[in-house]
Design a protein around this ligand. Structure first.
Ligand code: PNS
Length: 173
């Protein structure tokens, strides 16, 4: 029997129900799944710190015995080798994701042929969901129900309200 250790990398700023759907699917397929939060210097300022993103992921996955949460810096494939992982899990929502994901998967394979990328589709209701859209809706005061868990929604709203106060001196309604 093969022991498949998979890494599910991402920014998770914040974790969404789409991410959690994929984590549940991955935990059924792989022997071990490590959700790895990337230090992504290209993305600029994040809504949550690494520590906060990790806390939310830990809380949302505590019932899954074969899932752990970690952070990494540098090349994903180097991190995979350090962890003894043989697979990378990525979610594909729509065709628009495919081009970037294909480029990343092929480049990762070129750098490290021992690591295979596995794509999974989240449930249809999450096919238009992303952390970026969650942040944007929250900033504009829209509803987040069904997009992120309640604990994450509360933390997103609290963070955005706090940023608004420090930027304007005014409370959001
Ligand atoms: O949630 P995201 O932002 O889509 O995740 C992108 C992520 C973190 C998976 C990607 O940027 C990544 O793997 N970064 C690590 C650096 C790396 O290995 N870059 C080369 C990719 S070919």
């Amino acid at each position: 029997m093969k022991n498949i250790v998979a890494i599910y990398p991402g920014s998770f700023d914040p974790v969404t129900n789409g991410h959690l759907d994929l984590i549940h699917r991955g935990s059924k397929l792989f022997d071990k799944l490590i959700v790895a939060i990337a230090v992504n210097l290209d993305k600029g300022e994040t809504l949550f710190t690494m520590k906060e993103r990790k806390e939310m992921l830990v809380a949302m996955t505590e019932e899954l015995d074969n899932v752990s949460i970690d952070t990494f810096e540098g090349l994903l494939v180097s991190y995979c080798i350090r962890q003894g992982a043989n697979a990378v899990l990525r979610g594909i929502r729509a065709i628009s994701d495919y081009e970037f994901e294909l480029q990343m998967a092929l480049m990762n394979r070129k750098m490290e042929p021992r690591v295979e990328t596995v794509f999974m589709m989240p449930a249809e209701q999450y096919s238009y969901l992303s952390s970026r859209i969650v942040r944007e809706i929250a900033k504009l005061g829209g509803p987040l129900t069904g997009l992120v868990p309640k604990m994450v929604e509360d933390r997103v709203r609290e963070r955005i309200a706090r940023r608004h106060i420090s930027a304007t001196g005014k409370h959001l309604l």
